[in-house]
Structure formats: structure tokens, C-alpha cells
Design a binder for this molecule. Structure first.
Ligand code: SF4
Length: 357
């Protein structure tokens, strides 16, 4: 584990963001929130993939009203994404939302801000301040000329100041930009001076491919420095992919304890099996496992066992057959056609033993 930055622990439903807790994975629904059936179905898919907190847009009264029913049918904390409209925030709070994403400086008159803060305080609901490089306040654009990391941090401090003045401290802060170096600089600066948990994100990162690379670059740099208490990968793709990418990224840094890892070789001229399709099938199989096992899939028996030493279970191709390895030692040979099924059986045995301990 990397040394986490000390932040104030903030409760969101039954979870705590910040403090010494693991980085929490979030995603956002793509459905119309008022369409309860579609929204619940998407959230249940996200839960299965490992999403721990989910956000929905609350852009009208129907969406705010739907929160009550959605909450009854899901198992993870629900966040309302609200822009400007304090009435929608109050309705969402009344209907049982677990967290509100709203910028207090954009709500308008002081009484409106006070009403939202009072309602949040009464129900123990935190507020996420979402600074976005693309929508900085005009006074900051006038001061800095264009979005900069300093302007983003100043924007966060401005909104934090409003909440602190009302003695409200259950705050989470994000400073998103689609420009990766700008986001890294903003979060790094914020981590030095803001004591609240930081929600990491590279906004409008792009498609599954480009967005994954950009997010991994930006958030990887931050996570490796111990920055970030929760994160959302933003992709122009099925949100389940966001969760898969987030889990993989956290695994890379040893920041998740309930995920299985795949080790697979890049293949070379020694390859003896159809490794790409086998690796993909095994990756799908282990994606939903909630235990920290390592599975390796290697193309040949020459380097395979050595490369798979760290794995709990693995397979290496040999002509027409596969060699099953456990902790680097061969346990048996299986015909090529049965390799994947045999590997899955071995994975199931290890998972069962893990769950029983
Ligand atoms: Fe090549 Fe074998 Fe190494 Fe895969 S495990 S890269 S096939 S030598």
C-alpha cells in the first residue's frame, strides 16, 4: 500500500471516504433518472462489477422523486448530481439521497445555500464540491485569464469557504480537467492544502481506449503519490467499463484487496496455444471475483512457469496441451480443448478455500 494522504473521514451512506480507508470506486448512470426500471437495472450491473457508490443526474423534479424508489432497490450509496437548483437538492435529500454533488457558490442567494446545508446537516449527508476546468467562475477566469491548476484550487477553496462559514465540514472535493497535466497539478496542489477527501477524475477523457489511457496516466500519477480517496473513470462507454478500469488501476498500485489479477504474456514465436482468446475468456471469468488471487495465462512452457511463479494458479501452453501450475509448480497436464475449463475449476477451488478462511 502507498502512504495515503491524511484527510478527514467523510461518511457516505454505510461507507467512509477518506481517513485510512481504501480508495472507493464510483460511477455514474447513463439512464434518465426518472426511468426507475432502467436506472435500477444499470446500478445493479454496476454493483456486480464492483462499483461502490453511484451517481445519478437530478435535473428535474421527476428525477428527484425517483430517488425514493431507486434507493429501495439498490445496495450502494446513491449520489445526486445537481447544478444550481437548490430545490432539487432539497427534494433529493428528502427522498433519501446519500450525498449531494453541488457547488454552493452556484446555488445563488445565501438563504438557498443555508437551506441545503441545514438539510444535509440534519440527515448527515455530505456535499461534493465539483470543480471543473471547463466551468470555472468568471471572476477566476478574469483573474487568471484561462483555466489553470491555481484557478481550480482557488475555486475549490471558494466553495469550501462558503460551507465552512456555515459550520459544514462533511465535504469531498473534485478538481476535474480533461487536460491530464492540469488535473495532476490541480489535485497535487489541492492535496497539500485541502484537508477534505479528494475525488479523482479526468473528465471527458474519451472512449474506452483513449479514456482508459488518459485516466490511467492521470490518476496513476496521483494514486502513486498517495493522493485520492475516491475515484471515477469517465468514459464514453458502458459505465460498467468505468468500474472495470478503476478496479484494474487500483490493483496496479496494490490499493484494492478484493480483486483478482490476470498475468498474461504478450506472446512470441514460442507460442503454442491460442493465447489471446484464452486470456480474454479468463479475464472475463475473474473480473467479478472479490478475492485477491493471481491467475496467469502463458503461451509456452519454456518461460511460462518462471513468469507465473507469483501466481496462485496458471496455465502454460504446450503443443496440443496445457500445463497447469499452482504457485509455480506443475500439478497436471490437460488437453488444449479442456485447458480453460480446467483452469476455471482450479480457480473456483482456490476462491472457495479463500472464502472459507
Ligand atoms: Fe513467448 Fe512463452 Fe514468454 Fe509467452 S511465455 S512471451 S510464448 S516465451
Amino acid at each position: 500500500m502507498f502512504l495515503r494522504q491524511d484527510t478527514r473521514p467523510v461518511k457516505v451512506g454505510n461507507l467512509t471516504i477518506g481517513g485510512s480507508n481504501e480508495v472507493i470506486i464510483q460511477s455514474m448512470c447513463t439512464t434518465k433518472t426518472a426511468d426507475v426500471e432502467a436506472t435500477v437495472a444499470e446500478i445493479l450491473r454496476l454493483e456486480e462489477a464492483g462499483c461502490q457508490i453511484v451517481r445519478v443526474t437530478v435535473n428535474n423534479e421527476e428525477a428527484a422523486a425517483a430517488i425514493k424508489e431507486i434507493k429501495k432497490r439498490i445496495h450502494i450509496p446513491l449520489v445526486a448530481d445537481i447544478h444550481f437548483n437548490h430545490k432539487l437538492a432539497l427534494l433529493a435529500i428528502e427522498n433519501g439521497i446519500d450525498k449531494v454533488r453541488i457547488n454552493p457558490g452556484n446555488i445563488g442567494r445565501r438563504e438557498k445555500v443555508e437551506a441545503v446545508v441545514k438539510a444535509c446537516k440534519e440527515k448527515g449527508i455530505p456535499i461534493r464540491i465539483g470543480v471543473n476546468a471547463g466551468s470555472l467562475e468568471q471572476h477566476l477566469l478574469d483573474k487568471y485569464g484561462y483555466p489553470t491548476p491555481e484557478a481550480m484550487v482557488e475555486s475549490a477553496l471558494y466553495h469550501i469557504g462558503i460551507l465552512e462559514e456555515l459550520d459544514f465540514h462533511d465535504i469531498i472535493v473534485s478538481l476535474k480537467a480533461s487536460d491530464v497535466p492540469m488535473a495532476i497539478a490541480a489535485y497535487t496542489k489541492a492535496a497539500e492544502i485541502i484537508k477534505y477527501p479528494l475525488h479523482l477524475g479526468i473528465t471527458e477523457a474519451g472512449t474506452l481506449f483513449t479514456g482508459t489511457v488518459k485516466s490511467a496516466a492521470g490518476m496513476g500519477a496521483l494514486l502513486s503519490a498517495g493522493i485520492g480517496s475516491t475515484m471515477r473513470i469517465s468514459l464514453s462507454a458502458d459505465p460498467v467499463e468505468e468500474v472495470k478500469v478503476a478496479r484494474e488501476l487500483l490493483k496496479t498500485f496494490g490499493l484494492i484487496t478484493n480483486a483478482a489479477t490476470l498475468i498474461s504474456c504478450p506472446t512470441c514465436g514460442r507460442l503454442d496455444i491460442d493465447l489471446f482468446s484464452i486470456a480474454n475468456e479468463v479475464e472475463d471469468y475473474i473480473a467479478k471475483l472479490k478475492v485477491p488471487i493471481k491467475v496467469s495465462v502463458l503461451g509456452c512452457a519454456v518461460n511460462g512457469p518462471g513468469e507465473a511463479k507469483e501466481a496462485d494458479i496458471g496455465i502454460a501452453g504446450a503443443r496440443g496441451e496445457g500445463l497447469l501450475f499452482r504457485y509455480g509448480k506443475m500439478i497436471r497436464k490437460v488437453p488444449e480443448a479442456e485447458m480453460v475449463n480446467e483452469l476455471k475449476k482450479e480457480i473456483d477451488i482456490i476462491v472457495k478455500a479463500y472464502e472459507e478462511t
